[in-house]
Design a binder for this molecule. Sequence first.
Ligand code: ADP
Ligand code: MG
Length: 234
Amino acid sequence: MIAANFHHVTRRYGIGETAVAAVSDVSADIVSGRFTVLSGPSGSGKTTMLNLLGAIDHPTSGSVVVAGQRLETLRGNALSDFRARHIGFVFQAFNLIPVLSAYENVEYPLTLLGVSKERRHADVLDLLDAVGVAQHAHRKPGELSGGQQQRVAIARALASRPALVLADEPTANLDSATGAAIIALMREIQRSRATSFVFSSHDPQLLESADDVIHIRDGRVVSVERNVSPEVVL
Ligand code: ADP
Ligand code: MG
């Protein structure tokens, strides 16, 4: 099963002689239920590829398909609705809403989707428990450590039970021990919930725990490694 696919995707920024191709003619499959890492040096196009998968950005040419949907056919409300239902984002800078508690940050996407208060309550408690911050539910982001904030951000990304969880260098702002704990947590959640995760990183710890690694340089895919672990059957 394919969770997402790039088909001859090019994303150019700027016009004329100064135009830069952040992504050049990329074709790649993201396999369902796998932990995929986009690996490459700074400026290689990782963030652009994640933004294209998350329908935050659009290709100059080519097609991106997520959960069977060609993203270029979606506009306006249909696009924001698709994003809210099918995509979870985890950012390098956590991006939690500072005035809301951990509980309210995780609840927010469910409120937007019209989920009932009772189900929101059960889901939010379950998610905060799964990421190990249930005891800090009432705290605001400013009252949590970086690692705890990233745990809340992971819970928020999972709330809508998305087809795809996207994380842009999620451990870049964490020390290596906290980063390792966050990677282990995401790995465990990805396995137990059979979700598809796509990360960008050049963190060797993340590369080691990946099922699939898509290596990119200068906006192009240079190689794809698919690691066959005994418990994962394609
Ligand atoms: P990475 O995340 O791997 O560091 P990016 O996807 O951010 O790479 O960037 C890839 C290339 O595209 C870089 O050369 C960057 O300068 C360029 N780029 C990215 N976003 C923009 C933008 N909004 N405007 C102009 N150039 C951009
Ligand atoms: Mg980036």
